[in-house]
Design a protein around this ligand. Structure first.
Ligand code: FAD
Length: 321
């Protein structure tokens, strides 16, 4: 399988994170079943973020590979790894059948800062993109296809390239000193072999659309998928701003602040994300990538409200049988 963003309807994809304990596994598998039922182009699984371990990421990716028809996409980071260690890790994922990656630099671990030496041998996401490509080329330099009707004969074909996504920052990465640095970083990742970019969350469609326009002008040709996060409470908004360094979206913050009920706040978050999704698709986005927070109800509600999910899902069909 590989990632295909070219066929209608609007391609959708989701991000989940590995369960933090064994207790969360069954519920997450149920969420994956629901997410898979709407035919996303891929489901991505975070790595190292919020303390999740590589082992748990790979277990979840393997579950998606075995139990659904959806392409699993593995996040990998540069944090704390030697070349040899990163090489072994990438091989382990490829050996498990994972062929789509999101190559990230990663953030400093808790208690460390950007100035600390937390990275290891790989200094940026672009270097990790190159390494993934190289490891796959060494592991599988070519593929062999059987020739029908000629027993024992094979045709040597070019290897299928792995899909390598990278992160992009419509409102700038906290580390970049000016807006062009983010575009330069994206160009470097594209030159290293990235085939897709997924954006950090943003709160206004123009943030994304203007960033795509600037990127195209600078020579970025890979698809740039908008990453949309439904913000369903004031507490989640504060936490997300803390983690990403994004500026406070005053309109959304005020709406969440004045709404007293949990259900009301959730509706505001869904409506905001749905509006954003509709606007970026109208503006030419190649699909919608939703940060699911390991919950299917909210992101599926966003897609319905945005008019992207209009048909009955497989699970709903099963339920009425
Ligand atoms: P890079 O592209 O290497 O660089 C980040 C920024 O630093 C660039 O945009 C640029 O502004 C600047 N920069 C890069 N190179 C240079 C240079 N040579 N000189 C000066 N400045 C430079 N983190 C996790 O730990 N696990 C995850 O699973 C995870 N998933 C993510 C998914 C998405 C869609 C996104 C957007 C982020 C995710 N992150 C995750 C967070 C990510 O690791 C951090 O944002 C990290 O700080 C930057 O990663 P990057 O891959 O963009 O890094």
């Amino acid at each position: 399988m590989s990632i295909d963003l070219s066929t209608p309807p609007v391609p959708i994809s989701f991000e989940v994170y590995p369960p933090r304990s064994d207790a969360g596994v069954a519920a997450l598998h149920e969420t994956i079943r629901h997410l898979a039922s709407v035919d996303p182009r891929f489901i991505s699984v975070t790595y190292g973020a919020g303390g999740s371990t590589g082992g748990r990421s790979l277990e979840l990716l393997t579950h998606i590979l075995r139990e659904t028809h959806v392409e699993p996409l593995a996040h990998l980071t540069c944090v704390g790894n030697t070349y040899a260690g990163a090489n072994t890790l990438i091989r382990e994922f490829l050996d498990a059948g994972i062929t789509s990656f999101l190559a990230l630099r990663g953030d400093p671990p808790a208690g460390a800062s950007e100035d600390d030496a937390f990275l290891g041998d790989l200094g940026s996401a672009a270097e990790l993109v190159q390494l993934i490509d190289r490891v796959q080329a060494e592991r599988e330099p070519y593929t062999e296809a059987l020739i029908p009707g000629v027993p024992g004969a094979v045709r040597v074909e070019k290897r299928a390239r792995v899909d390598i996504a990278v992160a992009a920052f419509p409102n700038g990465h906290p580390r970049s000193r000016h807006a062009f640095e983010d575009i330069d970083a994206l160009l470097a990742k594209q030159a290293a072999g990235a085939t897709l970019a997924i954006t950090q969350l943003f709160f206004h469609a123009d943030d994304y659309l203007a960033f795509v326009a600037r990127s195209r002008e600078a020579g970025v040709t890979i698809p740039i998928l908008p990453g949309i996060m439904p913000i369903t409470s004031g507490a989640r908004l504060r936490r997300v701003l803390e983690l990403t360094g994004e500026a406070l979206p005053a309109d959304l913050a005020i709406a969440l602040d004045v709404e007293p009920t949990v259900e009301g706040q959730r509706d505001i978050g869904i409506a905001h994300a749905a509006r954003l999704a509709g606007e970026v698709v109208d503006g030419g986005a190649p699909g919608i990538h939703l940060y699911a927070f390991n919950n299917h109800d909210t992101v599926l509600a966003v897609l319905r409200e945005a008019g992207v999910l209009t048909t009955t899902t497989h699970l709903e069909k099963e339920a009425v049988r």
